[in-house]
Design a protein around this ligand. Structure first.
Ligand code: NAP
Ligand code: HSE
Length: 428
């Protein structure tokens, strides 16, 4: 029984987990695929670095081409991260007939179609289960589990760092800046946490999920993105009083042929299962026309959860090798992307306004909403004795994004509205 030879690009958090699982589960793996799986070479930046696992030093190399061009290697597992260099290595490996397994959401969100086209051209597999929601098998679920259905909505907590921050703010009343610092110290957030907190990491993951779910090439530019850096303790406390939690949600929706994809801090009803997803955990809610509501929950990152998805992809590649069907995946993006206009995008909204506390102001605000055809679901003015300004909180019924933009523009021109403090999409 000839062993299947794997080359690893990267031996950091995820790469270490891959070595542990391939070695620790070897018997199960080889029983499933009919051959042993062995990691024969590993690219690292620094061969002299102390590693948390014992590794045969002769397998380590600092030369990427030694791995990419190694004729013995059948499968390259890319867990080094980055975009430009990684793309170069992967494209060359594909040209040499090697199959690719990657955890790299940045690369797949930006260059997925080009890489998958190259894979098809060379009869190779490119699998990337670990790139979204770490240990949750959501990609296989969308591609295979829901192949019989038409997905209408994907709503996900797909960034663990921001969910950790929002959970701490909600449960412990902590300030955003303090929790962000703690998340960095605990190693959840990147040293430069911008892509986590400004929603870019989640947007890249939503690019992948919506492309697979809607079977159309959604690009990062199609997604409207807003992060959590302006979410305040005040917003979270008002949300809780009204029965909501604030979560950074990726929301992809389809109506007939039109789609919209966004990432934004959203108020979600506490009774919705996604509102109960706390800490660094991820969850993806999927609604299909036939299946109705489903939800998938688990660890979105971390050494072993992420490596579980990587090794499952290696198993899938080896099974395809045995069947001789590598590179013959079905065409997954056969629909043309038609983006919804702002008139077609609709949701409920939460508004927090700082206004003059005097006669007629509430009536003026209600008039603006009425003029823009936005209906009010509930309104609250907490008492603020002895102050000249008041806070008004409004939750609207379903309204289009275009109407809400008109409302906000009109509020900007109203002298009684001192500040539009917060605007959130409301779900559930
Ligand atoms: P990491 O801990 O920083 O490890 C990166 C590894 O790649 C290290 O072993 C490093 O070598 C090596 N490396 C980086 N750049 C290199 C270069 N230019 N040449 C040679 N070697 C290089 O990263 P990670 O957290 O494991 O993440 C890896 C990938 O998985 C990323 O795409 C990430 O987005 C994705 N991912 C991570 C998680 C997670 O939980 N961490 C979850 C899902 C997806 P040295 O060891 O010598 O420094
Ligand atoms: N920075 C990412 C997160 C890591 O916080 O979810 C997993 O992709």
């Amino acid at each position: 029984m000839k062993s299947v030879k794997v080359g690893l690009l990267g031996l950091g958090t995820v790469g270490t987990g891959v070595v542990k699982i391939v070695e620790g589960h070897q018997e199960d793996l080889s029983n499933q695929v009919g051959s042993p799986i062995s990691i024969v070479q590993i690219l690292v930046k620094d061969r002299t670095k102390t590693r948390s696992i014992s590794i045969d030093a002769s397998k380590l190399t600092e030369d990427p081409w030694e791995v990419v061009r190694n004729p013995e290697i059948d499968v390259i597992v890319e867990v080094m991260g980055g975009i430009a260099l990684t793309k170069e290595y992967i494209l060359e490996a594909l040209e040499r007939g090697k199959h690719i397994v990657t955890a790299n959401k940045d690369l797949m969100a930006l260059h997925g179609p080009e890489i998958l086209a190259k894979a098809r051209e060379h009869g190779c597999d490119v699998l990337y289960e670990a790139s979204v929601a770490g240990g949750i098998p959501i990609i296989r679920t969308l591609v295979e589990g829901f192949s019989s259905d038409r997905i209408t909505k994907i709503m996900g907590i797909v960034n663990g760092t921001t969910n950790y921050i929002l959970t701490k703010m909600s449960q412990e009343g902590a300030a955003y800046a303090d929790v962000l610092k703690e998340a960095q110290e605990l190693g959840y957030a990147e040293a430069d946490p911008t892509s986590d907190v400004e929603g870019l990491d989640a947007a890249r993951k939503m690019t992948i999920l919506s492309t697979l779910g809607f079977r159309a090439n959604v690009s990062l530019d199609d997604i409207s993105v807003k992060g959590i850096s302006n979410v305040t303790q005040e917003d979270i406390q008002y949300a809780k009083r009204l029965g909501y939690e604030v979560k950074l949600l990726g929301i992809a929706e389809r109506q007939d042929d039109h789609i919209s994809v966004s990432v934004q801090p959203t108020m979600i009803k506490q009774s919705h299962p996604i509102a109960t997803v706390n800490g660094v955990f991820n969850a993806v809610y999927v609604h299909g026309e036939a299946v109705g509501e489903t939800m998938f929950y688990g660890a979105g990152a971390g050494e072993l959860p992420t490596a579980t998805s990587i090794v499952a992809d290696i198993v899938a590649v080896v099974k395809n090798m045995k069947l001789g069907v590598n590179g013959r995946q079905a065409q997954l993006s056969y629909n043309v992307v038609k983006l919804k206009t702002d008139e077609q995008i609709s949701s409920k909204f939460f508004l927090l306004l700082h206004v003059d506390d005097r006669t007629g102001v509430l009536a003026q605000i209600a008039q603006v909403l009425s003029n823009c055809e936005v209906s009010i679901e509930s309104v609250m003015q907490p008492s603020a004795p002895n102050q000249s300004s008041a806070e008004i909180i409004i939750i609207t019924h379903q309204a289009s994004k275009a109407s809400m933009n008109k409302v906000l523009e009109a509020f900007e021109g109203l002298s009684s509205v001192r500040k539009i403090k917060s605007v959130y999409r409301v779900e559930g």
